[in-house]
Design a protein around this ligand. Structure first.
Ligand code: MLT
Length: 451
């Protein structure tokens, strides 16, 4: 049927005729006519969240994966070593595997089977965390201040939901993209200009400040911090963290402290938790993960800590405990991490689990040292890699071009710094998460490609 020949009114008459003739045949006349006369049917009224249109077309690691796939497709026999996304390669620690098996056996018997667990996590895991990760380090965190989840990425992304839209948000640059993108999705920013979003206070992390930004001169409400840092591998001293806690107190701001990489800290002077800093219970939420601590990237378990003393105001100035708000959000939208996975996570805190996870982190730190030494030998200045699994390399040139060069000439995937923000330009991140053999081969290939 030629749509341009249809006269005004003809479509509705045609629909009526179809309705009379076709209803008995089970055909929806509106669907049929929409197909034949699309311009006579307005778009559905459902509308999108337009804040999503401000985002880059795809997530950084998806962009990288597409380039790697195209390179592999062009040369299917090419060996490609991935030191880009921080994904672990070594098997789960034996203590976790034993706990997973035992918990699976429990699920196989009626007497020990479990259905829904507590949304916030089982007491056995929350108590182990409170004791080993906090009390043992002199921090006061109660088990019921800990919320077990299926990943730090989700926690980092979801936590902003409990805050007002018109908050002033401070985000480091370079940054793990989830902090920024989820605030863009929520509508806390304007459009991007020159690679930066209007409305965000960027905390520049540069060679000049050792990639550890100081509190801004302007007041902000919500501050994202990550130490050991992704992507720069930098760690903050106690004095630097104390300056942030002090700033948050003075400006009645809140710190979201992402401590997903604390297991790699070897310097005894560096804090593993923001709660090691006096007063942090009143101004900070902490996020941690078993992904890098125990190789759980494919197993999924993390946690978020909200001290019950932490409050924020409503528009009338009344204080509300954030613990209660998050509990409401978490129990409405989440049904808990599976029982076997929580048992596997709890096994991290047994004597064997602690030795095995320490050895696992030491193994990746061994890779990190090789990477840092090799890149320094090639003449690059590097940060990270000593208390972190990431090495941040100042290459002094376009980071996507350098990425392409290493991918095509060396068959090695790194992460271009520009993908983490404007201050990331001129840098690449190399991840220490891979086998020793792959790391040494990759370093030989990089050296040959840069000759
Ligand atoms: C990274 O490579 O930055 C991380 O693996 C990503 C993540 O933890 O989600």
């Amino acid at each position: 049927m030629n749509e341009r020949r249809i006269q005004p009114g003809a479509v509705s008459k045609w629909i009526l005729r179809c309705a009379q003739n076709d209803r008995t045949m089970g055909i929806n006349p509106v669907d049929v006519s929409r197909q034949h006369f699309p311009s006579h049917f307005p778009n559905p009224m459902i509308r999108i969240n337009e804040h999503y249109t401000k985002l880059k077309a795809s997530y950084l690691f998806v962009d990288i994966a597409k380039r790697v796939a195209a390179c592999q497709q062009a040369d299917p026999g090419k060996s490609i070593i991935r030191l880009g996304i921080g994904d672990v390669t070594e098997p789960l620690p034996p203590a976790c595997i034993a706990a997973l098996h035992a918990a699976t056996d429990e699920m196989a018997r009626r007497e020990t089977f479990r259905g829904y667990g507590p949304e916030q996590g089982y007491a056995f895991l929350r108590e182990a965390i409170a004791w080993h990760d906090y009390s043992a380090r002199g921090c006061f965190i109660e088990p019921d201040e800990i919320f077990i989840s299926d990943g730090a990425k989700c926690d980092c992304g979801n936590i902003q939901e409990i805050f007002a839209i018109d908050l002033r948000v401070a985000i480091p640059d370079p940054v793990y993209p989830v902090y920024l993108d989820t605030n863009v999705m929520a509508g806390r920013t304007g459009h991007p200009r020159d690679g930066r979003y209007e409305g965000i206070v960027y905390l520049d992390s540069t060679p000049a400040n050792g990639y550890v930004p100081a509190p801004p001169a302007t007041p902000v409400d919500l501050i994202y911090l990550c130490f050991p840092n992704n992507p720069t591998g930098a760690v903050a001293t106690r004095a630097q963290l104390a300056a942030w806690v002090d700033y948050a107190k003075r400006h009645r701001a809140l710190i979201l402290f992402d401590s997903a990489y604390e297991t790699f800290i070897r310097d005894p002077q560096i804090s593993h938790s923001i709660y090691e800093i006096e007063g942090a219970r009143d101004v900070a939420i902490e996020i941690r993960s078993f992904s890098k601590t125990a190789g759980f990237t494919g197993t999924r378990c993390a946690y978020l800590v909200i001290p019950k003393t932490l409050t924020a105001n409503d528009s009338a100035g009344n204080a509300h405990p954030l613990h209660g708000l998050w509990n409401r959000r978490h129990s409405t939208k989440f049904n808990g991490v599976s029982y076997p996975v929580q048992r596997a996570a709890a096994a991290v805190y047994t004597d064997d689990g602690r030795k095995q996870t320490r050895a696992l982190a030491d193994f990746y730190l061994g890779n990190a040292k090789l990477i840092r030494d090799a890149m320094a030998k090639l003449g690059f200045s590097c940060s990270g890699g000593d208390n972190a699994p990431y090495i941040w390399i100042n290459i002094g040139r376009d980071s996507w071009q350098f990425f392409d060069l290493l991918l095509n000439k060396a068959g090695v995937v790194v992460t271009p710094g520009a993908g983490f923000g404007r201050c990331g330009e001129g840098h690449v991140r190399i991840s220490a998460f891979n086998s020793r053999e792959n790391v040494t081969t990759a370093l030989d290939r990089i050296a040959a490609a840069l000759k």
